[in-house]
Design a protein around this ligand. Sequence first.
Ligand code: ADP
Ligand code: MG
Length: 328
Amino acid sequence: MEEGGGVARGEFEWIRQIGRARGGDGVTLGIGDDAALLRPARGMLLAACVDSLVEGTHFLPGTAWRDLGWKALAVNLSDLAAMGARPRWATLALTLPHADPRAFLGVVAGLRRLAAIHDVALVGGDTTRGPLTLTVQALGEVPPKAALRRAGARVGDAIYVSGTPGDAAAGLAIAQGGLRAAAPADARRLRQRLDRPQPRVALGLALRGVASACIDVSDGLAQDLGHVLRAGGVGADLDAGALPASAALRRVVPDARERLALQLAGGDDYELCFTVPPARVARVAAIARRLRLPLSCIGRVRAGRGLRVRDATGRRVALSRAGYDHFA
Ligand code: ADP
Ligand code: MG
């Protein structure tokens, strides 16, 4: 707890309630001391990332505590997945407007739910009072040279995306009243994609030695693929007709152009977008089958700069809003 910023006297009791990390998971010393002591596996590089969720900017006020804890970890595991790293440890800096043990314990429970799925240990954190913010740092491991990078795409590489982009953006639009879902089940499904993203950790691991470049899609497919293209000094042709859309998204946004805008510019997908050299594309189908995750080839890397999108009829599509810009 920081001097003057303490949430409550009860903070120490809350922390006692969340307990220690299990042993045997590379944690020499977990929650309860001034710092955690961690033991990376021999020969591994440590992959480190941190991401904050700020109320009103990254999530809607009123989002369930458990969903917030889940998502704060999920966005970080997504970053590690994009690097081809295996996640191992996380810390949580939680800023709460009020001393509220239910908030604290709810956030930790949601985070731990996802952490258990990926064998990640919560090894420490910080708890302060202020505007509602969750910051998670995640640490993972990757063998030297196996890390996936944004740079590396070559002319002729196939471009893939996992899952069905656009769902989370539709979930957000429904929650904000900009979109309507006739079926409540569709609204729930899309909202779930916003609140409980599934970081593609197994996919990131499977793409070691397969993908030439990789990024996770958090700010919209067009913008994030744009980072890969700039890092590789290449351009791309995208086939909008090949972009996979969930059944719920097709029902809620039946117009193909409107749906395309959501899929290219909507944020919060936390899917992986990656490029694969022609000689290795056969391996992608096998990975998709094994992981039971759709991996769709949506275009090809070409010489030059920038992203050219064609619709199903072959016509060029203008990119009006290329992704979500936090400072726009
Ligand atoms: P210090 O003042 O030395 O930073 P704290 O009172 O902040 O210690 O934290 C006590 C212990 O509880 C530390 O081990 C810290 O990692 C852990 N901790 C504090 N807040 C959290 C949190 N939100 N999630 C997980 N662990 C936490
Ligand atoms: Mg502290």
